[in-house]
Design a protein. Structure first.
Length: 184
């Protein structure tokens, strides 16, 4: 981490340095160094699928008028648009709220599954045993994203940040924090 912290607070970015945030399990005096989300390029699949579904949906509108009434077409269009927009909204929320947070005390992984279930995994810096980076494939190399696994001591839960940008830099930052914690 830099000696002179530059605060960034951009809403749609995946790698935020010194964000001005507070979160559910925020502890007094805790300083947030990094906020991580999946790299935006990894979201292309649901974005492209949404565009294809929209095109198919509007293409079907040219076929069905020949054998359905105007009221039936209107109702089908309403249901279709609600379905497509719900898919887009839930996919966006899934990306936006599945975050990794690195503070001066802890490494935190927040995962939402659906919209009603949340999984929170926390590892204190003094419990971290090993950090592994996995990055493979053409797109991961080209856009510099990968998965960081933080292994903790004993039976405590392990933390994983999936498809985050600059994974090797994240590991360096965690190692720097570990060095400060252990007086190295």
């Amino acid at each position: 981490m830099e000696n002179n912290p530059k605060s960034e607070n951009r809403v749609f970015f995946s790698y935020l340095i010194y964000p001005k945030i507070k979160f559910e399990t925020y502890e007094s005096g805790e300083k947030v160094f990094l906020l991580l989300r999946a790299h935006p390029i990894t979201q292309l699949s649901w974005i492209v699928n949404s565009i294809i579904i929209f095109i198919i949906f509007f293409g079907v509108n040219f076929v069905i008028p020949s054998f359905l009434s105007l009221n039936q077409i209107f109702v089908l269009n309403c249901f279709g648009l609600v379905f497509i927009l719900s898919f887009i909204w839930i996919s966006f929320l899934n990306w936006y709220f599945n975050v990794g947070i690195i503070t001066n005390r802890r490494v935190i992984d927040v995962d939402f599954h659906g919209i009603l279930y949340k999984e929170l995994t926390i590892a204190r810096l003094n419990k971290i045993e090993d950090i592994t980076v996995k990055s493979g494939g053409y797109f991961a190399s080209l856009f510099d994203y990968g998965t960081v696994f933080v292994q903790t001591a004993g039976t405590e839960a392990n933390v994983e940040f999936i498809d985050i940008p600059f994974p090797s830099q994240v590991v360096q930052n965690i190692n720097q924090l570990l060095g400060k914690k252990h007086g190295v």
